[in-house]
Design a protein. Structure first.
Length: 261
């Protein structure tokens, strides 16, 4: 009787299994959860550690050349922000390479524009639109708003009302063209100087390398957080910016479904 019961149990277990259940996952189907990257100048996090977030990404420009995107993706990099334009006449010479190779690697990516305070927002929006393809599979475009005190040509600092007005012009033009609400990237000093706590209605990507955004930005909502500029990412040479998505893996997948197609 015991032998018969054992045989029946093995039969039932076998019926519940499939070849897929027992086969090892291919490298492309594995998901790296909550990665923790090395850092050449690590911050001692007291709370809100970035590696508690499931989804990490990077941002690149001409200073990151010939990135091995499949290797970066395998290490836990799940998305990329890629510099495309600056002002009304500058185009990042590595944009096309990064844009094509991230897509080939199956990595979600977005293009970003670095704002220049000596050129009208309308001119800058038209320049971005002229240089960034309207790719439905891309994440929403990004407006990078920060002071640039080392600029050799423009160190203008408009008043907060003018800054917010110019931001609105750029954001609305770009949203009409791409059909997606843009993301705003900013740093703590720019955020405070221009009272961006009052500038709502857009997803934010906040820079905060010495503390969690909730400690630095007064609880302002954010979708992405840039937590280091000195990270070490496999497949990338030198120091790397690393970011996290503010949510779980399930929330990330939902956000992608809503913002890419």
């Amino acid at each position: 009787m015991r032998r018969l019961a054992a045989i029946l149990m093995l039969t039932l277990l076998g019926a519940c299994s499939t070849v897929d259940d027992l086969a090892p996952l291919s490298p492309s189907s594995q998901t790296v959860r909550a990665p923790k990257f090395d850092d050449s100048k690590p911050h001692e996090w007291d709370s809100g550690t970035p590696w508690n977030y499931a989804i990490h990404g990077t941002d690149v420009s001409k200073y990151q050349t010939s990135v091995d995107w499949p290797t970066a993706r395998a290490s836990g990099i799940s998305f990329a922000f890629i510099k495309a334009t600056e002002g009304g006449d500058r185009f990042d010479e590595y944009f096309n390479e990064h844009w094509a190779r991230t897509k080939a690697a199956g990595m979600p990516r977005a293009a970003y524009h670095f704002f220049y305070f000596c050129t009208p927002a309308e001119t800058q929006a038209r320049w971005f639109i002229a240089n960034v393809p309207r790719d439905p599979s891309a994440m929403p475009p990004v407006l990078d708003m920060e002071w640039n005190p080392k600029s050799p040509t423009c160190r203008l600092r408009p008043d907060p009302a003018t800054v917010r007005s110019e931001m609105t012009v750029f954001l609305e033009m770009v949203e009409r063209h791409y059909g997606k609400k843009p993301i705003i990237y900013t740093s703590l000093d720019f955020f405070d100087d221009n009272q961006l706590a009052t500038f709502r209605g857009y997803p934010y990507w906040l820079r905060s390398v010495a503390g969690h955004p909730r400690e630095k930005y007064g609880g302002h909502p954010f979708t992405f957080w840039q937590y280091t500029g000195t990270g070490i990412v496999p497949g990338m040479t030198g120091k790397s910016d690393i970011n996290v998505f503010n949510g779980s893996e399930a929330a990330w997948k939902k956000w992608l479904r809503q913002n890419t197609r």
